[in-house]
Design a binder for this molecule. Sequence first.
Ligand SMILES: [Zn+2]
Length: 275
Amino acid sequence: MTDAWTRRGFLYDLGLGTAALSLAGDGVPGQLPGQPSRGVAQAESTRPSTVMAIAAHPGDAFFAMGACIALATHSGGRGVFLSLSLGERGSASIPPDQYATLQRQAAERAATFLRAQAAFLGYPDGQIPVSDQAKLAVCDVIREHKPDVIVTHWQGSWHKDHRACHQVANDAAFYAALPTLTRNRPAHAVRKTFFADNWEDAEGFVPDTFLDITPVIDRWLEACALFPMWRGETGFRYRDYYQSLAVCRGCVAGFKSAVALMSPPGQLIRRASVW
Ligand SMILES: [Zn+2]
């Protein structure tokens, strides 16, 4: 397997066509020393793919992972936003039961706007369990939607729900692929997992993949704006942060706008037949 094959393989997974990403440290003639390549990847196939975000809360799903799904649906693929909790305890001024309704409505409207689906598991905000029950529930959603790619939380988070989601999502993908683990639906193997660039999950986050989201950035930002918290009502300036981050990541990757992703270590293995 060569690097070129790996780039094509990634694009094939996401069904994104050409020049959709830049791999950090991937040498390309003409680039400045020590800087990432400029998105010269070529795709052999643009088969539409299914991308699933598995997030602790709807805000994480749409703000930190949503551009990946916007790009997938823009390219003719499918997208699913799975939120383990509604994040109903996230407002200091709105009671949790009312805020849960607002969060669910915003997620459903934003998913529809991006031509994707929203799914919820309804675990209590702040108390997402790391249990086999939760892992099997996520396993069932994976088997139902059959994603090619999963985007979820990185483990280096100060938020306990995010750390829980990281563990649950990864173990759920493992369970989903096990043919001998009998559930209502047959086994499904997710081809690739990526960890999202989330302001709350920054500890040890080292991006290795930069996705060109230029074609969908306006649509993705419009979807995010359906959430009241996007404008900063809950105390963090989500819109300013994620909109600026797309510009910053784009500068590094050589795209107008980009999202940065981190791969599990085993996914980064390169094989070369010649030196
Ligand atoms: Zn969160």
